[in-house]
Design a protein around this ligand. Structure first.
Ligand code: 5GP
Ligand code: MN
Length: 340
């Protein structure tokens, strides 16, 4: 996708977003929302922005996400976590809603209606598959993370970066760029990282906490799930497919919460013999969260969108049904369709 820089976000959207915040009194209710099963970018961009609102003197700011109120341990000590409330405690009728890292309303669960009913909803996102919801749209598919947009927004509101806000945005940027490894890792990304680190962050400490620390049970679980991976060199038009799955019983056996599987696609996608990798994670009886990755040959977001999901060209996901084999059958068939 090549768009002239001035069109993303569309002209006037930044001004509208800044005006929407400035129009509010200091005691207005502001609700921040990110996607279900939040990751580092969802939480980091949302909490960093929430802290920015606090610095501006807004006293009634709450942050939430749909579904079970579990904050993954690596993010449990992010600055601003005290802004987080369970979905049930979100403001029923906030004056302003801001939505972070949400590609489409299906990722908002029970909060979708709240967002739709808000007098103003500002959407900050970077998914190519973003469905176009929200009244003010700060959506840039070329941004490496939603926190890139959140940081610009905070700056446009006149809030200076401090170490707390910077830590939130840094965690978001580091997670969504795969520790500054992915294609989106541009000069601008490193410049932003440099400005964030300059507030006094310790990247080594943050990385250890976010990426390099997990319970023994999670490590053992990873070993089992990787041990059952299947390589299909002929699939995806000969480019190769590798896949594995993890069930709720696997989690229970190792006494682990679902989020420990959030990054398990990374060792799977490292398999050299396969362009496409798939991790099928059980969500409920016959319901699975499907993670798709490509090394470049396949636009997996197209595949995900065709199944009601979304994402980026080389990293996407959707909800699948049946047994893991049924889900992989669908992926295999779609790959054949898309590559022919
Ligand atoms: P992951 O595989 O890490 O869960 O997600 C990869 C990318 O695909 C992320 O950008 C995520 O937002 C997106 N994604 C994953 N699952 C879904 C889904 O069910 N619906 C949509 N719209 N996007 C998804
Ligand atoms: Mn993101």
């Amino acid at each position: 996708m090549t768009l002239p820089p001035e069109t993303v976000p569309a002209a006037g959207q930044w001004d509208a977003a800044v005006a929407a915040v400035r129009a509010l009194g200091g005691d207005a209710e502001i609700q921040l929302v990110c996607h279900v099963s939040p990751d580092g970018d969802a939480l980091g961009s949302m909490l960093g922005f929430g802290l920015g609102l606090r610095r501006l003197g807004y006293t009634r700011v709450r942050a939430t996400f749909p579904g079970k109120f579990t904050v993954p341990t690596p993010y449990a000590e992010l600055p601003g976590v005290d802004l987080l409330v369970p979905e049930a405690d979100a403001y029923p009728a906030p004056a302003l809603v801001l939505v972070f890292d949400v590609a489409g309303e299906s990722r908002l669960g029970g909060l979708a209606a709240r967002v739709a009913a808000a007098p103003v909803s500002v959407v900050l996102d970077h998914h190519a598959s973003n469905t176009g919801f929200g009244t003010i749209r700060l959506v840039d598919p070329r941004a490496a993370a939603t926190s890139v947009l959140a940081e610009q927004f905070v700056a446009r509101l006149g809030v200076p970066l401090d170490a707390e806000i910077a830590e939130c945005f840094y965690v978001a940027l580091a997670t969504d760029t795969g520790s500054f490894k992915f294609d989106m890792t541009t000069v601008a990304v490193h410049e932003l990282a440099a400005r964030l680190i300059a507030t006094g962050l310790r990247p080594g400490d943050i990385s250890r906490r976010i990426f390099d620390s997990r319970p023994f049970g999670a490590m053992k679980l990873t070993g089992e799930v990787l041990g059952r991976a299947v390589l299909e060199p002929a699939a995806a038009g000969g480019r190769g497919l590798v896949w594995t799955y993890a069930t709720l019983a696997d989690l229970a056996r190792h006494d682990q919460p679902p989020y420990v599987l959030d990054t398990l696609i990374d060792p799977v996608r490292s398999v050299a013999e396969a362009d496409v990798s798939v991790l099928v994670r059980q969500v409920a009886e016959r319901e699975w969260a499907v993670s798709l990755r490509s090394k470049g040959a396949v636009d997996v977001s197209r595949l995900a969108v065709s199944q009601g999901g979304g994402g980026h060209r080389l990293a996407a996901g959707f909800t699948g049904f049946g047994e893991p084999r049924d889900v992989v059958d669908i992926v295999r068939r779609l790959l054949d369709d898309f590559l022919n």
